[in-house]
Ligand binder design. Structure first.
Ligand code: ZN
Length: 253
C-alpha cells in the first residue's frame, strides 16, 4: 500500500471533485488521502462530503471544515470566505457536521505525515516560501509530509532526513509544479509536498489539481484535470454566494 492519490482543498466544488476522482481511477493507486477543506467557498458542501467520505481512506480536517463547526475559528477569514462558511453552516445537516467533527488535524502513515496547512502543531501558517518551510520542517516526523492550504502545487526539499536538524531558508529547495511534473523523493532527504487544490486552484491554471505519491518509486507527480467550471459557477450564483468566488474559478486565482 504505497501508491496514494493525494487531494486537497475541494471547497464544495462537486464537478471538480468528480472529474478528479475519474482521473484518479485511471492512475492505479492503492488509497486516497484527502488533506482537508472539503467545504467552504463552493456551492456543493454536502455532496462533496459524501463523496470524500466514500472514496478517501484518510481524511484530514482543514481550517474551513473546522470553521463550519466552530465559528470562532473563522474570525481571521476575509468577508467572502466568512460569508461562504456561514452559508455552508446553514446548508449542511447534523450528520455532515458530525462527520466533520470526527476528522483529525493530523494523520501519520508509514513514511508519510498528513496535515492541512503546516506540520507545526498549533500553527496556522501558509507554506509559500523556503523560510516558512525551514521552520515547518521542525514538525515533520516522517520523510514525506503532505500539506494543502495554499492551493498551489509544489514541493519543499530539505537536505537531510533527521528530524533534529534545523534549517535556514538557504537550505531549502522549492519546486513549483505544473501538470505532469514530478519530484524524485531522494533517500536521505525530507519533503513537504502540496498537491494543489481540487476545487479552487490559485496558480493561474483553472484545472483541478491532485497528486500521485508513489513511495516505492519515490515520486510525487502533479496531475491537472479539466472540469465543468460553468456548472459550479451557476450553482454558486443560485446559492447566493459572493460572485467573486465563482469568477475566480475561471482564471485559477
Ligand atoms: Zn483551502
Amino acid at each position: 500500500m504505497s501508491r496514494y492519490a493525494v487531494l486537497s482543498d475541494i471547497h464544495g466544488n462537486l464537478p471538480a471533485l468528480e472529474a478528479t476522482l475519474r482521473a484518479i481511477s485511471r492512475c492505479g493507486v492503492d488509497d486516497l488521502i484527502c488533506l482537508g477543506d472539503i467545504v467552504g467557498y463552493g456551492p456543493h458542501p454536502d455532496r462533496c462530503l459524501d463523496l470524500v467520505m466514500r472514496t478517501c481512506t484518510w481524511i484530514v480536517q482543514g481550517n474551513h471544515d473546522e470553521a463550519v463547526i466552530d465559528p470562532s475559528t473563522a474570525r481571521g477569514f476575509n468577508p467572502n470566505a466568512k460569508f461562504a462558511i456561514e452559508w455552508t453552516r446553514r446548508s449542511i445537516g447534523p450528520l455532515h457536521k458530525a462527520a466533520i467533527c470526527q476528522l483529525k488535524g493530523r494523520i501519520e502513515l508509514p513514511g508519510v505525515l498528513c496535515c492541512h496547512n503546516t506540520p507545526l502543531p498549533g500553527a496556522t501558517d501558509y507554506l509559500h516560501y523556503p523560510a516558512q518551510a525551514a521552520l515547518a520542517f521542525r514538525g515533520v516526523t516522517q520523510p514525506v509530509c503532505l500539506v494543502g492550504h495554499t492551493h498551489i502545487p509544489g514541493v519543499f526539499e530539505a537536505p537531510t532526513n533527521d528530524p533534529a536538524d534545523e534549517y535556514t531558508a538557504a537550505d531549502i529547495a522549492r519546486w513549483d509544479l505544473t501538470d505532469g511534473m514530478c519530484v524524485t523523493l531522494t533517500p536521505g532527504r525530507r519533503f513537504i509536498c502540496n498537491p494543489g487544490a481540487v476545487g479552487q486552484p490559485r496558480d493561474a491554471d483553472p484545472r483541478a489539481s491532485f497528486a500521485v505519491l508513489d513511495l516505492d518509486a519515490r515520486r510525487f507527480v502533479i496531475h491537472r484535470v479539466e472540469y465543468d467550471v460553468q456548472t459550479t459557477q451557476l450553482d454558486a450564483h443560485e446559492a447566493g454566494l459572493p460572485p467573486v468566488l465563482a469568477q475566480r474559478l475561471a482564471i485559477g486565482a
